[in-house]
Each structure stands twice: as C-alpha cells, then as structure tokens.
Design a protein around this ligand. Structure first.
Ligand SMILES: *Cc1c(COP(=O)(O)O)cnc(C)c1O
Length: 377
C-alpha cells in the first residue's frame, strides 16, 4: 500500500464554480467569489473584517505593514514556527526575538513572553500549532499591559477555538492559509482577519495597493488614488471560486479529520503508556480541527529511523518546523537563551499522514506499521 503524507482536499464542486468565473467574465480579484469567501469568514468566525490574500505569508506581510513595522522595532515570534512567520517582520527590518514553546505543546509558552518585552516591542505572534490554541487570555493580557499588538498565525487553525472564541478572532490581527496542505484550500491562498477597530479602516487601503478605492466604491469620494503605502495582496477569482466550493464543507472536513486524529490517539495510547513515545497533549481551553497528528519520539535518531521504516512500508511521514533561532540565516545573530522546547519539537516530532481522503484501512495500515516498529524498539 502507498500512503502519501497529504492529499489536497477536492470535494467535487471546485470545477463547477471555476467554470462560473468564465460565465461571470471576471478573472481578476475582488469579485463575487472573493466577496462570498470574505463574508463566510466574517459570519462564521465573527471576525470584524476578513480580506482574502494570495497566501498566509502575504497576510502576515500585510499585518506587518499595517502595524508600521520598521527597523528598530522588535517582534516576539516562537522559534518553532514557519519561516515566513518570522520573515514577514524580519523583511521589514524588525528584530525578531524568539520565544520558546510550552514544554507539553509546540505553541508559544505564554510564561516566556513578558521577559522578552522591551520598549521597542511592537507585536507578539501567537502561532496555533496544529490548530491547537495558544493560551490567549494570558497573551492578550500581557499585550494590553505593554500596549503591543497580537497577531495570530492561524494558518493551521481554521474552525478551531480557544474557550468559546474562534482562532483568528482574538488577537488584533489573524492570518489564515489556504495552501493545499491545509484543511481547506485553493492551491495557494490566505486571508487576513481584523478584530481591532483602530485597524479596520486602513487595512483595506493597504490591501488594495495603497488606494482609497474602497471609499470610491462606497461613494464617499468621487475618484480614487494613491493615499498610503500598500501592495496588491488579493487573489484572482479563479482561486476564490475554488475556495468558495470548499469553505462550506469546513465543518464536515474538520469532523472527519478529528475522527482520524482520535483514531490515531486511541490506537497508539497503549504504546505511549509503555513509554515508547508521547502523544499530543491538548490543553483544556483548546478545541482543535484535527490539522496535525504527531508523535514525540525519544530521540532525533529514533524519529529519523521511524520515518525511514515507514517509508519502506510505502508510508510518507514527516518531521516539521526546525527552530528558527538555529537556522542558517539566524544562528549567528541569535544572542538569546537556549530554547529547549523548540529544539525538542524540532528534533523529535513526527507527523503521520492525516487528510480527508485517508480511509480506515489506510489508517489501520499506518497504525499497524508504527506498532511493528515499536515491537522491535
Ligand atoms: C502553512 C503555514 C504558513 C504559510 O502559509 P502560506 O499560505 O503557504 O503562505 C504560515 N504559518 C504556518 C504556521 C503554516 O503552517
């Protein structure tokens, strides 16, 4: 049996809606399908505003522009993160200050944040790893105390919650990804969510090339022009149409992924109880969307051996982020403390295949292969 690490979601209506783009005769962005997706995100997750972007990376770059991030500013980012989670701010000249993960979960350790804050700190990035929420109440309180912004890197967390709030709707700004590796997607795509009233007006200008076209469309001004910095952040209607087909299926998709996630958890519990490896620990404040299932192995070598063993059985598994403070770009610049948890997740975490099309037989085959490896190790 061959089991890929991921199969991008396709549910059937994508082609039909893309053909409607041909009928509508608008292929560029900001059309009917884009508006539909944005409305869905605002209604479903109670975001004050949602705007589609070409990726989560570009949503983070838009966030960086919106907060006027510039040389001299500092931004607190978990070291266990995607490269552009840091690069969206580093590329604007900000100093990235890396924070450690929680001991029991890859997301940022809220207790490590305050000691990293200086008068230059502009923002804290809360990345919800595997769609499992960070401790947002603590993070929001710290940010409020120091008058700094919170940006949620919610690339993985669509539909997940922290207490009774949807992720991406808690911080000042959130960033979603619709890359094909995410629960719902459009190939490449993303969205920015805005929850802070003070940022609402300007975001649309920056998103729309630095123009006041939104005011023009509302009839507030009789022509539009260059009024601020900005860029062209929006995707084409082809992408938005594809996404329009997928968004309404989100709950069904997340439910299926959670079933698979629980299937792995229950089947592998007995190995964890014997101390063979650790299973993910989900904090009680978090309800997640089944985005990632991972094991924590005892050593890096054992993790790599298991990847190799599974690969020989036709199963693709993968490790994940590599601590950014140890990256070739940053290692020589890094002057902070050791980040033992970030390094632990870099070295010992292994993700198993998990996607909507994975069937029970395939999942059992993966579970069985993991079992055979640990019978011998
Ligand atoms: C996938 C991912 C991104 C990047 O998303 P793109 O849409 O590919 O730019 C950023 N952050 C995290 C945590 C991700 O998982």
């Amino acid at each position: 049996m061959k089991i890929p690490f991921n199969r991008p979601l396709v549910l059937g209506d994508e082609q039909k809606l893309i053909s409607e783009v041909f009928a509508n005769d608008q292929f560029a962005g900001k059309g009917k399908f884009s508006a539909q997706c944005q409305q869905f995100l605002e209604d479903e997750f109670r975001y004050k505003k949602a705007l589609l972007t070409t990726s989560c990376t570009s949503a983070l770059e838009l966030a960086s522009l919106l907060l006027d991030i510039a040389p001299g500013d500092e931004v607190i980012v978990p070291s266990y993160a995607f490269i552009t989670t840091a690069n969206a701010f580093a590329s604007k000249g900000a100093k990235v200050v890396f924070a450690d993960s929680r001991a029991g979960h890859p997301s940022i350790d809220e207790n490590e944040i305050e000691q990293l804050i200086t008068p230059k700190t502009k923002a804290i990035i809360a990345l919800h790893y595997g769609g499992v929420a960070c401790e947002m109440d603590s993070i929001m309180q710290i940010a409020k105390r120091h008058s700094i912004a919170v940006i949620e890197d919610n690339a993985q967390g669509i539909g997940s919650t922290y207490k009774d709030k949807f992720l991406g709707g808690i911080g000042d700004i959130g960033a979603l990804s619709f890359h094909e590796s995410k629960n719902v997607h459009c190939g490449e795509g993303g969205a920015i969510s805005i929850n802070n009233d003070a940022l609402l007006e300007r975001v649309e200008t920056l998103w729309d090339m630095g123009t006041n076209r939104a005011d023009f469309k509302k009839g507030k001004v009789n022509s539009y022009g260059w009024v601020d910095v900005g860029s062209s952040f929006y995707p084409s209607e082809l992408n938005a149409a594809f996404l329009s087909a997928q968004l309404p299926t989100l709950h069904e998709v997340n439910k299926k992924r959670n079933t698979l996630w629980n299937g792995y958890y229950d089947a592998l519990k007995s190995f964890a109880e014997k101390g063979k490896f650790e299973l993910p620990k989900i904090p009680s404040f978090a309800k997640h969307n089944g985005h990632i299932f991972y094991l924590m192995l005892r050593t890096k070598e054992q993790r790599n051996n298991l990847i190799q063993f599974l690969s020989e059985q036709g199963i693709s598994s993968a490790f994940h982020f590599q601590s950014l403070h140890r990256s070739p770009y940053f290692a020589s610049k890094y002057k902070g403390a050791e980040l033992v948890n970030a390094d632990k997740f870099s070295d010992r975490l292994l993700r198993l295949p998990l996607y909507h099309a994975l069937n029970e037989t395939e999942q059992e085959y993966v579970i069985d292969a993991v079992g055979r490896f640990f019978a011998a190790h």
